[in-house]
Design a protein around this ligand. Structure first.
Ligand SMILES: Cc1ncc(COP(=O)(O)O)c(C=O)c1O
Length: 382
């Protein structure tokens, strides 16, 4: 099913290029209401057939043997760590350039996050991982930032060498592949978010853990529902983190009708921007590789005079954003980890030079050209 263009983009109207289009994305909500009506008529409000269907579809899309739906992407990370018995006294290696939930999940599991720097493509620098391993290390948590896979064969082979778990924060990366393989093949589990701003989004919160490991899946199915084996038997103490059945109906509709088109459009828009910005010496686009299928949850450029450019673009109705201006090791919450400014120079540089441009499914050639022209003009005039 095609996505339609919102009113703003009708020809001859002044361009306004926003980052998110939630109203337009769900303008066909009446179709989803019909699915929700079925849930209501069945009184099927917790788990049930809609959730089962969602898990089957998600497993198929991610090439996984098992998909366990949960309440959100943060719980997905936390439950994956819990199911792997990672907690107090353990260390988990991850990156400081990420959304706080990655690191938050490690801390709330009771473990200690240990950072390694990123590369200029925003992903974990795999060459630094081995040096960060100690006797306490239990897992590596790479983040496939912006929808670009990390170098998973290298990270996974380090994990195997040191007998470490791999939990991949895949919140941004539904539909991506590494060397033509699904990411689930490179570790214990991948975790996903269906937050409203993600490529596969629902009407609130939702998340997934996928794995090929049967025992791990079994434990995760228990953990997300109070550890209940059946109505009257609690196998292990757990959580209430079920995917809401109504959100499952939304996700089923989106997977069936929209997600492929969303992914295709994002890839095409990103490629077009790459081409148009290539010659601008003030703009560093990210080098693309054939072995990485990226899905562009975010489209980043690294630029000179970032804050001035962002102001200029916003003034010109282009919703350029910064994801994010402060790496996690410099957040007040991370003080107890005792990192300091200068510890992760690449992440810190990215925080100063990174700009995200909209590349979503409601943008076409005209908007892409307009954004590139404005960026090129900004530097020409200075
Ligand atoms: C990299 C990353 N990990 C985890 C999460 C957490 O997902 P959720 O908001 O569904 O809890 C997010 C959400 O934005 C994220 O960007």
């Amino acid at each position: 099913m095609k996505n339609f263009l919102p009113q703003d983009y009708k020809k001859n109207q002044k361009l306004k290029i926003n980052h998110s289009y939630l109203i337009e994305q769900f303008a066909d909500y009446s179709n989803i209401f019909k699915e929700v009506e079925k849930v209501v008529k069945k009184g099927d409000y917790t788990l049930g057939s809609e959730v089962d269907k969602c898990e089957k579809s998600f497993a198929k899309r991610t090439g996984a043997k098992f998909a366990i739906s949960v309440g959100n992407g943060t719980d997905a990370l936390l439950l994956a760590l819990k199911a792997l018995n990672i907690g107090s006294g353990d260390e988990v290696i991850t990156v400081p350039y990420t959304f706080i939930a990655t690191v938050g999940s490690i801390v709330t599991a009771g473990a200690k996050p240990v950072f390694v720097d990123t590369k200029f493509d925003y992903n974990m620098d795999e060459t630094l991982v081995e040096k960060a391993i100690t006797k306490k290390t239990k897992a590596i948590m790479p983040v496939h930032w912006a929808g670009r896979p990390c170098e998973m064969d290298k990270i996974y082979s380090i994990a195997k060498k040191y007998k470490l778990h791999v939990v991949q924060d895949s919140a941004h990366i539904i539909g991506a592949k590494f060397k033509n393989k699904h990411l689930v093949n490179f570790g214990d589990a991948c975790t996903y978010s269906m937050h409203p701003l993600k490529n596969l989004n629902v009407w609130g919160d939702g998340g997934f853990i996928v794995t090929n490991k049967k025992q791990l899946a079994k434990k995760l199915f228990l953990l997300r529902n109070h550890g209940l084996k059946n109505r009257n038997t609690c196998q292990i103490f757990g959580y209430n983190s079920r995917l809401d059945t109504i959100q499952a109906a939304v996700a089923n509709y989106k997977m069936k009708n929209k997600l492929d088109n969303i992914t295709k459009k994002r890839i095409n828009n990103a490629r077009a921007l790459d081409r148009l910005l290539l010659k601008n010496k003030n703009v560093e686009t990210i080098r693309r590789y054939k072995h990485l299928k990226e899905v562009f949850h975010l489209y980043h450029i690294n630029v000179k005079k970032r804050d001035a450019l962002q102001k200029f673009l916003i003034k010109n109705n282009i919703d350029a954003k910064v994801h994010y201006p402060t790496p996690v090791h410099l957040q007040p919450a991370a003080k107890f980890l005792k990192y300091k400014k200068g510890d992760f120079p690449v992440s810190e540089k990215l925080a100063k030079t990174s700009l995200s441009l909209p590349v979503h499914e409601f943008i076409g050639k005209r908007e892409i050209n307009h954004m590139a022209n404005k960026i090129n003009k900004f530097y020409k005039d200075r």
